[in-house]
Design a protein around this ligand. Structure first.
Ligand code: PEP
Length: 249
């Protein structure tokens, strides 16, 4: 059975006071579900979030990390720093990191390997731009993103991988992939992993959908057989909305 997962990516939102308040609200409203629930606050508030959620089943995860173990990388955060405060899952490859911070496939593969070497779980994000979809190139783009960052990994590492398919044109735009478009791509992703590894790996990996998931559309998207949950941006910043999305799983 694949894990169902709903994760909130808070991006560069919420100061410390707001982070603690949102976590308290979310904990109080957390629906009773088997799904894994995760939140990714900004780096400076991770340790406080771990403390606030001490006895909660909400997991605190990181939005990013550097691939080097330590050293002269001003402004960066290492795997060890995350692990030391109790964070052992990290988002890698978010489209905003690729677009605004120049994160290429070459950098991402180093980050993925560094996280796995530290026994961390990786939530790997990928997805096509609008032009790729319009030109019908979206399957090729997704396949190459997966291949470049993940397909040189040993099969044994795949139990630490979570995938998040996030079409860039649907992130923060209010435009969502239709449930059928999400299902079509998720099925394609599983087929691609089956070809690169085997069906056991493909059927075990959780594939989340991300891109303007809201309480109003979550249930229909999550009802698709290859959609195992969601990575939620804007709607995860409002406790009622995020709780409603968790309930939809
Ligand atoms: C995201 O940034 O991962 C995301 C899915 O954002 P939103 O839900 O706001 O589209």
């Amino acid at each position: 059975m694949r894990s169902k997962i709903v994760a909130g990516n808070w991006k560069m939102n919420k100061n410390l006071t707001e982070t603690e308040a949102l976590l308290v609200q979310l904990s109080a409203k957390l629906p009773d579900t088997d799904a894994e629930v995760m939140v990714a606050p900004t780096f400076v508030n991770l340790a406080a979030a771990v403390r606030t959620l001490d006895s909660s089943r909400i997991e605190v995860i990181a939005q990013n990390m550097h691939f080097a173990p330590n050293g002269a990388y001003t402004g960066e955060i290492s795997a060890d720093m995350l692990l030391n405060i109790g964070v052992d899952t990290v988002i890698i490859g978010h489209s905003e990191r690729r677009a605004y911070f120049g994160e290429t496939d070459e950098i991402l593969v180093k980050k993925v390997v560094a996280a796995l070497e530290n026994n961390m779980r990786v939530m790997f994000c990928f997805g096509e731009e609008l032009e790729d979809r319009k030109s019908g190139n979206h399957f090729n783009i997704v396949e190459s993103q997966l291949k470049n960052a993940l397909f040189s990994l040993d099969v044994s590492h795949w139990n630490k991988i979570i995938l998040a398919y996030e079409p860039v044109w649907a992130i923060g735009t209010g435009e969502t992939a239709s449930p059928e478009q999400a299902q079509e791509m998720h099925a394609f992703i599983r087929k691609t992993i089956t070809e690169a590894y085997n069906s056991g790996v493909a059927n075990k990996v959780s594939i989340l959908y991300g891109g303007s998931v809201k309480p109003a559309n979550a249930k229909e998207i999550f009802s698709k057989p290859d959609v195992d949950g969601g990575l939620i941006g804007g709607a995860s910043l409002v406790a009622d909305d995020f709780a409603a999305i968790i309930k939809a799983i």
